[in-house]
Design a protein around this ligand. Structure first.
Ligand code: TYD
Length: 140
């Protein structure tokens, strides 16, 4: 059963033949998403985690180019958790959510498409500050 609350599944069309694999994702369902930045994470040691922050404005799409990892997101109350595998699905995360990336396979490469240029002031680094920020938003 698909119980996703916040993450939006992005279909990947895998074209495989004797020459190898070509994977395609079209972002036509993401109306207001424009890619301004691309980065990728690799060589994550066993047991290490990434993320552990929220973005106030940034929207992102996560793919596994190789291997797999787990993406957990929360609005402070409800959670989504997905394992992202190469050649399977990508996931769109809107702005305003806390995220944790874990369970990286040794060969995992996490590709992230980002809607804005790098901006350290867009980050929230503690879950308590994130919850306060969400409450402030909901009440303003
Ligand atoms: P961070 O966003 O915390 O990565 P992750 O969520 O995977 O743990 O960034 C890690 C470091 O890289 C931090 O010092 C900021 C720097 N960084 C940039 O300089 N530019 C970027 O586009 C990104 C994503 C990170």
């Amino acid at each position: 059963m698909n119980t996703l609350n916040f993450l939006k599944k992005i279909e990947i069309n895998s074209l495989v033949d004797f020459r190898g694999s070509l994977d395609v994702a079209e972002l036509s369902a993401l109306n207001d998403f424009v890619v301004k930045r691309v980065y990728y994470i690799s060589n994550v040691p066993k047991g290490e985690e990434r993320g552990a922050h929220a973005h106030k404005s940034l929207k992102q799409v996560f793919f596994a180019i190789n291997g797999s990892f787990t993406l957990k997101v929360t609005d402070g109350v409800n959670f989504d958790s997905v394992q992202i595998n190469a050649h399977s699905y990508g996931y769109y995360l809107p702005s305003g959510f806390w995220r944790d990336l874990s369970d990286f396979s040794q060969d995992a490469i996490c590709l992230v498409l980002a809607s804005e240029f790098y901006d350290p002031t867009d980050y929230i680094y503690t879950i308590d500050e994130f919850r306060e920020w969400r409450i402030f938003l909901e009440n303003s």
